[in-house]
Design a protein around this ligand. Structure first.
Ligand SMILES: [Zn+2]
Length: 273
C-alpha cells in the first residue's frame, strides 16, 4: 500500500530528494505550471491562472500514469509573474517581464543541471508567453540537449473548444476561465457578480481581436485599453454564459491534448542535427 501510494505521487514538492533521485531513472518529463496573481473581475479570485495551469497539468499527469504507465512529475507552480496590464487592480502582484525571464531561466537551469531531460512549461497567463520563451532560449544556449517546451493551455483543445463555447470573445475572466473555475474552485466563483465586458482596441478586428481564437496579427501594448480602475471590472469576454458543464468539456479537451504532447515528448529521442 505504501509503495503504491509512493508510486502515484506526481507533485515534486510532495517527494523527498531521494524519491526524486529514484524517479529520475524512470521519467524524462517534468511539467511546470506557470500562472499569475492577477485580477479576474468581480466574480473570480486572483488565483485563476495559477489554479487552471496547475489543475490541467496534474490531471494530465494522473492520466499519463494511469493509462500509459509512464511517470511524469509536476513541479510547484510559478505564481509571481508579469501582470503589467492589470497592475492597478488591488491584489494583483506583478514582477517585470525581465525578472520573470530570469526566473524562468533559473528554474529551468536548475532542473536541467540535475538531469531532468524534458521540461514542459504549461502556461495559464497571456503575459507569460514572451518571458517563458525568452528564458528558455537562454537556457537552450547553455544546455543544447535539453528538451524545453512552452505551451499555453488555451492553445490546446483547439479542435473542440471553439465548438463548445457559447461566446465569441475570450481573453480574460471570460467564459473559458469562468467555466474551468466552476470545475476547479467552485467555492471561489461568485456567479451573481458576473458581467460581460468586451475590450475596444485602437485597431480594427481585422488586426486585433478580443479573442484568443480570432485574428491577432498585431500585438497591442497599451494600458489605454483599461482607462482607469472603475470604468470596468476587469473582464475581457463574456463569462455570463459560463457553466460547469462547459468547464468539464474544456478541461477534458485540454488534458487529452496535453497527454498526447507528454507522450510524444517522453518517447522522442530529442532533436538530432
Ligand atoms: Zn486568467
Amino acid at each position: 500500500m505504501e509503495a503504491e501510494r509512493e508510486s502515484m505521487k506526481i507533485r515534486l514538492d510532495d517527494m523527498t530528494w531521494a524519491d526524486v533521485e529514484e524517479l529520475l531513472k524512470k521519467t524524462n518529463v517534468l511539467v511546470v505550471p506557470v500562472g499569475s496573481v492577477e485580477q479576474h473581475g468581480l466574480h473570480l479570485p486572483l488565483s485563476v491562472d495559477s489554479r487552471c495551469a496547475t489543475y490541467l497539468a496534474e490531471q494530465a499527469a494522473k492520466k499519463v500514469i494511469a493509462e500509459h504507465k509512464l511517470r511524469v512529475i509536476v513541479a510547484p507552480t510559478i505564481h509571481y509573474t508579469d501582470v503589467t496590464t492589470f497592475q492597478s487592480f488591488p491584489g494583483t502582484i506583478g514582477i517585470s517581464a525581465d525578472t520573470e525571464t530570469r526566473l524562468i531561466a533559473d528554474i529551468a537551469r536548475s532542473f536541467v543541471s540535475q538531469g531532468f531531460q524534458n521540461i514542459i512549461f504549461l502556461n495559464g497567463h497571456a503575459s507569460n508567453v514572451v518571458p517563458i520563451s525568452a528564458g528558455l532560449r537562454q537556457v537552450n544556449l547553455e544546455y543544447q540537449d535539453a528538451g524545453l517546451f512552452a505551451l499555453n493551455w488555451w492553445a490546446l483543445g483547439f479542435e473542440t473548444i471553439p465548438k463548445i463555447r457559447k461566446s465569441k470573445a475570450s481573453l480574460h475572466a471570460d467564459e473559458l476561465e469562468t467555466s474551468l473555475s466552476l470545475v476547479i474552485q467552485p467555492e471561489n466563483v461568485q456567479l451573481d457578480k458576473v458581467v460581460k465586458e468586451i475590450p475596444k482596441y485602437a485597431l480594427s478586428e481585422k488586426w486585433v481581436s478580443p479573442d484568443f481564437y480570432g485574428a491577432n496579427r498585431v500585438f497591442y501594448h497599451s494600458r489605454r485599453k483599461f482607462p482607469k480602475l472603475g470604468s470596468g471590472v476587469g473582464v475581457m469576454g463574456d463569462p455570463t454564459v459560463a457553466s460547469r458543464e462547459t468547464g468539464e468539456k474544456i478541461a477534458e479537451a485540454v488534458v487529452n491534448d496535453l497527454v498526447q504532447i507528454i507522450l510524444e515528448v517522453a518517447r522522442s529521442e530529442g532533436f538530432k542535427a
